[in-house]
Design a protein around this ligand. Structure first.
Ligand code: GLA
Length: 394
C-alpha cells in the first residue's frame, strides 16, 4: 500500500514543511521483451504498485533525500550535485537532479521523501517509478513541465548516463504515460503508441518467482551486445538496417551463418518478438484472447530458448500455470533472469488461480512466491495535496 496521507505526515514530521506529492507507477510488460533498444515494439501496462515522492523547498542550499523503504536519509549540496553513481538507492533521485541540471536547469534546494510498494528487483520497474516520481517532483520546483514522452527520455538517461544501466525506453515511458485499463503498443522508434484496452473481465496476475532480477547485471548488457552484433552483420549486407527492428527472418536465413551462434539466436528472438508484439496488440483490439494467449506462450518459448533470458524457476512458474482454470496466457515479463511472470487470467478465476499457482510453485521449488492481482493503471501524476485517500487499497 502506498498512502499519500501517511507519506505526508512522515515528510512533515521529518522536514517540518508541507510537501506536494507525486506518484509514478511500476509496470508489467505483456509482450515485447528486449525489443525496445532495437527500436522495436513493446506492449506494457502501468500497474497499481507505485512510488510516491513528497517534495518541499529548503532554504539552506541542501538536497535531503529520504527513503521510507530503506529507512535512510542522504544529504547533498544543490550547488555540487554528484557527477556519478555511488551504488546506493539515492543514485536514482540524484541522477534525476543531475540530468535535469545537465538540461540547463538550476536545481533548487529541496527535501524529498520517497515511499513505494513496487516490489524491488522483481522486474516490475521499481527504479523507473522512483525516477519518474522524482522527476515530476523536482520539475514542479524548478518549475518546468515536460510532456510525458520527454520526461520518460530524461529518466531513461538517468539509467544510461548516471546509474550506468544500458536499458531501453520502455519502463520510464509506461510509468510516465500509462493509461488506466489499457496496455500501450509502443513503437520505440518514434515513441508513437496505440492504446490496447484490456477487457474488464481480464486480470493481470503477476507471479513473483522471488529470484532477483537486475538490469544493471552483466546478462542484460551481454544480451544487448549480442543483439547489436547480429544487427551489425546484417548491416554489412543491407546498410539500411540500423536496428533489428529493420531486419527480417529472411536476413537471418541469408546471413545468420556469419554471426556467432548466440547472436543468431538472440536476433531470432528480437525479430520474431516484434512481429508477435504487433500481432498481440491486434488480437487484444479484436478481443481474440485465444490468439493473445498463443502469442504469449510463443514469446515465452522464444525468450527462454532463443534469448536464454529465463531461469528454471520462471519456466516452472509458466509451466505450472498452463492447466489452471482461467488462464489466457503466461510468460516471463521484464528484463529476464528472474523476476515475475505475467498471467492474463479471466477475472472470475483470478483469486483461485493465484492461490493454486502459489501452492504449485511452492510445492515444486520450495520457494514461496508472491502473487499479485493487478490492474492496468494510469501513468505518473500529481496527487492532490489535501488527499488522505489511499491510492492502492488492496
Ligand atoms: C528492462 C529494461 C527495458 C527493457 C526490458 C526488456 O526492463 O529496463 O528497457 O529492455 O528490460 O524488455
Amino acid at each position: 500500500m502506498h498512502d499519500p496521507a501517511v507519506l505526508r505526515s512522515l515528510h512533515v514530521s521529518r522536514f517540518h514543511e508541507a510537501p506536494e506529492i507525486f506518484l509514478a507507477p511500476g509496470r508489467v510488460n505483456l509482450i515485447g521483451e528486449h525489443t525496445d533498444y532495437a527500436e522495436g515494439f513493446v506492449m506494457p501496462a502501468a500497474i497499481d504498485f507505485a512510488t510516491l515522492a513528497a517534495i518541499s523547498p529548503r532554504s539552506d542550499g541542501k538536497i535531503v533525500v529520504y527513503s521510507e523503504n530503506y529507512g535512510d536519509e542522504r544529504v547533498f549540496e544543490a550547488a555540487a550535485l554528484p557527477a556519478g553513481p555511488s551504488r546506493h538507492w539515492s543514485d536514482y533521485p540524484m541522477g534525476v537532479a543531475s540530468i535535469l541540471a545537465g538540461e540547463g536547469h538550476s536545481i533548487p534546494a529541496f527535501s524529498l521523501s520517497l515511499w513505494g510498494d513496487v516490489p524491488l528487483s522483481a522486474g516490475l520497474s521499481s527504479s523507473a517509478a522512483v525516477e519518474v516520481a522524482t522527476a515530476l517532483a523536482v520539475c514542479s520546483l524548478i518549475p518546468v513541465s515536460y510532456p510525458g514522452p520527454v520526461l520518460a527520455r530524461l529518466c531513461q538517461r538517468v539509467e544510461n548516463e548516471f546509474v550506468g544501466a544500458n536499458s531501453g525506453i520502455m519502463d520510464q515511458f509506461i510509468s510516465a504515460n500509462g493509461v488506466a485499463g489499457h496496455a500501450l503498443l509502443l513503437d520505440c522508434r518514434d515513441l508513437s503508441y496505440k492504446l490496447a484496452p484490456i477487457p474488464e473481465n481480464v486480470a493481470l496476475v503477476i507471479a513473483n518467482t522471488m529470484v532477483k532480477h537486475s538490469v544493471a547485471g552483466g546478462e542484460y548488457t551481454s544480451r544487448r551486445a549480442q543483439v547489436e552484433e547480429a544487427c551489425a552483420v546484417i548491416a554489412t549486407h543491407r546498410p539500411e538496417v540500423r536496428f533489428l527492428r529493420d531486419a527480417t527472418v529472411d536476413d537471418l536465413t541469408l546471413w545468420g551463418h556469419e554471426m556467432s551462434p548466440n547472436a543468431l539466436k538472440r536476433a531470432r528472438h528480437v525479430i520474431t518478438e516484434n512481429l508477435r508484439t504487433v500481432a498481440a496488440a491486434e488480437a487484444l483490439l479484436r478481443h481474440d484472447l485465444v490468439e493473445l494467449g498463443r502469442l504469449m506462450a510463443e514469446a515465452h518459448e522464444s525468450y527462454s530458448h532463443d534469448f536464454e533470458a529465463s531461469c528454471v524457476e520462471a519456466d516452472e512458474m509458466v509451466a505450472l500455470a498452463q492447466d489452471i482454470p482461467g488462464l489466457i496466457g503466461a510468460r516471463l515479463t521484464g528484463g529476464g533472469f528472474g523476476g515475475c511472470t505475467i498471467n492474463l487470467v479471466e477475472q472470475e478465476h483470478a483469486q483461485a488461480f493465484a492461490v493454486a499457482l502459489a501452492a504449485r510453485y511452492s510445492a515444486q521449488t520450495g520457494i514461496h512466491p508472491r502473487v499479485y492481482i493487478c490492474h492496468a493503471s494510469g501513468g505518473a501524476h500529481f496527487v492532490e495535496s489535501s488527499s488522505s485517500e489511499s491510492l492502492a487499497a488492496r
